[in-house]
Design a protein around this ligand. Sequence first.
Ligand code: 4NP
Length: 152
Amino acid sequence: MQPQPTRVLMVCLGNICRSPMAEGILRHRAAEAGINIEVDSAGTAGYHVGEAPDRRAQQAMAEQGMDISGLRGRQLKATDLDTFDLILVMDHSNLRNTLALARTDVQRKKVRLLLPDANEVPDPYYGEMDGFRAVFDMIDDAAGELLRNTLK
Ligand code: 4NP
C-alpha cells in the first residue's frame, strides 16, 4: 500500500502573492521529481478570500512555465494545523499569527519558516515585478532543498 502523501501548507499574509507562488512551485517541482505530496496555501488575513493570485505573481510564475491562475485565496484556519503535516510560513509575522492558532505542541512543531536561518520571503505586494521574480527564485531554491531533504 502507498503511504499517505505528506500534506504541505504554504502560508503568507494575503494568499495572493507569496504562498500561491510557493504552492505552485512546490507542486511543480515535486511532480518533476516524482515525489507524491499534497500542497495547499492560505493567508493569515482574510482580505483576499476568493481572489485569484495577484497578476504579477501569475506573470512571474508564467515566465517559468507554471500556471497558478486557477488558485483562489483562502484564510488560514485552526483546523489546518491538524489537517497538514508541515506548515511553511513566509515571514516572522506569519509565524506569530500561525502559532497563535496552535493549541498543542504537535501543532506547533509543524510550523516553520520556509527559508533557512530565520530568513524571510519579503512581501512583494507594494513593489515592482522584479520583486516577484526575486521571490520566485527564493522559493524555488527552498522547494528544491525541501524535496532533496525533508520530503524525499
Ligand atoms: P502576500 O502579499 O501575503 O504575499 O499574499 C500581500 C497581499 C496583499 C496584502 C499584503 C500582502 N494586502 O495588504 O492586501
